[in-house]
Design a binder for this molecule. Structure first.
Ligand code: ADP
Ligand code: X2W
Length: 292
């Protein structure tokens, strides 16, 4: 009996958060290690389905960098990153779209649905969801202090998000799952860093939260200690002084975009921790780094 009562107590701990976030939208960037380990994948899907059933609206934006890399390797197409972005020629773009939209997106949809959810996969092309434009390589690469300045090819940035299709899905039982491929006004497909897409989608939806899963505990300071909480204003200095580098740069930028766009809070959390999404949303301490 004691044990059962203890269970009820644990469940009740979530009540204030369920009340606070009921009917609100939470954008989750899914990527990194959490996407390769089977046990973590199931735990992630359970978290997303649970959120939906208790009346919180999850929107998943996924990455797939490692999966694209593997496929390019199989095809003997060399690939590299400059300033955290994959150099994307036309041939690479075709593979990027095939892997992200055809493979990774559908796998996440299947995963969520196999845990009792109703996920619907979208790319930026569906409903003109993500209108992209070619990134200004010179400007971007010098901004992030990249070691070389080259043309990144079909790497895009978000020009506009048309969130109608996502809102329609959220109004019913569906869980939107978005692949980071944008459509240009020239009708070319653009490869966009998934973190940046998540930030822009969160801003367009005026989400309550942006939660970014990654393969580290959160943002680390110069001495390697986890930063628990940081303000939006302090973020740019972390990039400028080199504390934040590589794959963490677009994550930090995504949080800036989201918060500037009206999202209340952004979190960078450890996707290697089982049920990290629930731990972030339903506990007082949360996990990882919160950006306010
Ligand atoms: N200040 C920092 N704090 C934490 N991680 C950092 C920092 N600067 C750079 N990184 C790197 O960023 C990586 C996360 O980015 P990335 O590998 O692209 O993640 P994901 O695959 O989850 O999108 C970390 O594994 C770490 O190596
Ligand atoms: C321009 C650019 O670099 N696009 C990324 C898109 C996928 C992505 O962002 O995946 P992760 O979130 O797993 O890193 C790429 O080609 O790898």
């Amino acid at each position: 009996m004691e044990e059962l009562i203890e269970k009820a107590t644990v469940l009740l701990e979530a009540l204030p958060y369920i009340r606070k976030f009921y009917g609100k939208t939470v954008v989750i960037k899914y990527g990194g290690n959490a996407m390769v380990d089977d046990e973590l994948k199931s735990a992630f899907a359970e978290d997303v389905v649970l959120l939906k059933y208790i009346g919180i609206n999850p929107v998943v934006v996924h990455g797939g960098g490692p999966q694209i890399g593997e496929f390019l390797k199989k095809l003997n197409i060399p690939t590299r990153f400059v300033g955290g972005m994959r150099v994307t020629d036309r041939e690479t773009m075709n593979v990027v779209e095939m892997v992200l939209v055809g493979k990774v997106n559908k796998e996440i949809v299947k995963l969520i649905n196999s845990h009792g959810g109703s996920a619907v996969g979208l790319s930026g092309k569906d409903g003109n969801l993500i209108v992209a434009e070619k990134i200004d390589s010179r400007k971007y690469l010098s901004e992030v202090k990249a070691p070389e300045i080259i043309d990144l090819g079909f790497v895009g940035k978000v020009k506009k998000v048309n969130p109608e299709i996502v809102i329609k899905l959220l109004e019913s039982k569906f869980i939107p799952v978005i692949a980071p491929v944008g459509i240009g006004e020239d009708y070319e497909a653009y490869n966009i860093n998934a973190d940046l897409v998540a930030g822009e989608v969160a801003a367009a939806l005026k989400a309550e939260k942006l939660v970014m899963l990654t393969d580290v505990e959160g943002i680390k300071d110069r001495s390697g200690n986890l930063i628990r909480s940081i303000s939006r204003q302090e973020l740019s200095s972390l990039i400028e002084d080199g504390t934040v580098s590589g794959g963490m740069i677009p994550k930090v930028k995504a949080c800036e975009i989201a918060l500037t766009g009206g999202v209340k809070k952004a979190h960078i959390i450890d996707g290697r921790v089982k049920h990290s999404v629930l731990l972030e949303i339903f506990t007082q301490e949360g996990i990882g780094t919160e950006i306010i």
